[in-house]
Write a protein that binds this ligand. Structure first.
Ligand code: MG
Length: 385
């Protein structure tokens, strides 16, 4: 039996993780669940999966939930301390980190220090703190399994091969819903246009990040840490059909790719079971029905957030945190209808220009940098008015 803690259990990855656990009652069980505010859903999940502990980041949500779960004996905790308690609960074998945002960093550090394997779905962990996380993973002797479809595809394509034999990593991108729009058209796009993602059904924040290609920039940064390669060893290829989920080219010219119909449950299941591949009722890919796959280069002139991600990654230190936090705030403003789509990279640029550089930030400095970057975006917004 594998004991799984699911952090961010009410989000898109969290609910799909529980779907996988539900299918394997003899092999997987839930140790702890965490969420931010979704009391109704997490109550349902807690009653179904009977974890030892549930943590709510929001205090009010936690006290509401603890009243509702009074008859169950399940412990309810709250705040960052609660998330850390859930992450480090000793019964767990693996912690799925599917919470969104920088609040994922501290609990992930706690889970690794508690000796748990990590199924990594929280982007910020490696983007902002990769220089802390990767050495800690090695020191604590735990494994880090990627859940993101692209990184899982790379991980699956690396299976059993020698790191020295890698020539380059081919990271695919769908190109998002605005791939064929001109830059002028981009500035008029509204949140509801961006939320119609052609291939993947995901949370709102990541769907906007996919439309700006910021998500791909963040994934490049993550891949550098996860697979110990340089920025220039990664080639981003826009592949609108999202059938090849990413690939590795080896020094003999051979390319290993992982393909299939888009379904996040496959990478989630692989993170929990790999290298085993139990039955999963994904839609089967028919190559003859598909007929054609197309590939193109990303356009950093049009998708300026993508170019800024590379700039932040090359500078390193706390700059990826500035990039990420400014983007997080700008996306929230865009979803709120407060700024235009092309204002997102504009605000990131302003925050990157204002930020003070820290070469090797601690977790505290990362969190502080994130708060400052958010403030720079808010300042810039009031200047724009
Ligand atoms: Mg992805």
């Amino acid at each position: 039996m594998k004991n799984v803690t699911v952090m961010g259990s009410t989000g898109s990855i969290g609910t799909q993780t529980l779907d996988i656990i539900r299918r394997h009652p003899d092999e997987l069980c839930v140790t702890a669940l965490t969420a931010s505010t979704s009391v109704d859903l997490i109550e349902k999940q807690a009653r179904e999966f009977a974890p030892k502990l549930v943590a709510m980041y929001d205090d009010t949500a936690a006290s509401g939930l603890s009243k509702r779960l009074r008859d169950t004996g399940i412990k309810v905790v709250s705040g960052m301390d609660g998330l850390i308690e859930a992450a480090s609960l000793k019964e767990a074998d693996i912690v799925v980190t599917a919470m969104v945002g920088m609040i994922g960093i501290r609990p992930t550090v706690a889970a690794i220090e508690a000796g748990h394997d990590i199924a990594l779905a929280n982007k910020e962990t490696l983007v902002c703190a990769g220089h802390i996380i990767m050495p800690l993973v090695r020191k604590c002797g735990v494994s880090l399994y990627p859940v993101d479809s692209e990184h899982s595809a790379i991980f699956q394509s690396l299976n059993g091969e020698d790191h020295d034999d890698i020539e380059r990593i081919i990271l695919t991108a769908s190109g998002g819903p605005f791939r064929t729009r001109s830059y002028d058209e981009l500035s008029k796009m509204k949140a509801e246009d961006a939320l119609k993602h052609p291939n993947w059904n995901m949370g709102n924040k990541i769907t906007i990040d996919s439309a700006t290609l910021v998500n791909k920039g963040l994934e490049v940064m993550e891949a550098c840490h996860l697979f110990d390669v340089g920025l220039d060893d990664i080639e981003v290829v826009v592949h609108p059909q999202s059938i090849i989920h990413s690939a590795v080219m080896y020094k003999d010219g051979g390319i290993m790719a992982q393909m299939g119909c888009p379904d996040m449950r496959l990478p989630i299941q692989y993170a929990l079971f790999g290298p085993r591949r139990p039955y999963l009722d994904t839609k089967r890919l028919s190559l003859t029905d598909l007929g054609t796959m197309t590939f193109e280069r990303p356009d950093p002139e049009k998708f300026k957030g993508f170019a800024l991600a590379y700039e932040a990654a090359r500078i390193g230190g706390n700059m990826p945190t500035v990039f990420n936090a400014a983007n997080e705030r700008a996306v929230a403003l865009f979803l709120d209808g407060k700024i235009s789509f092309t204002d997102i990279p504009r605000l990131i640029r302003i925050a990157m220009d204002r930020a003070d550089y820290i070469a090797s930030p601690s977790v505290d400095e990362i969190i502080a940098t994130g708060d400052l970057a958010e403030g720079y975006v808010n300042d810039a917004l009031s200047d724009m008015k």
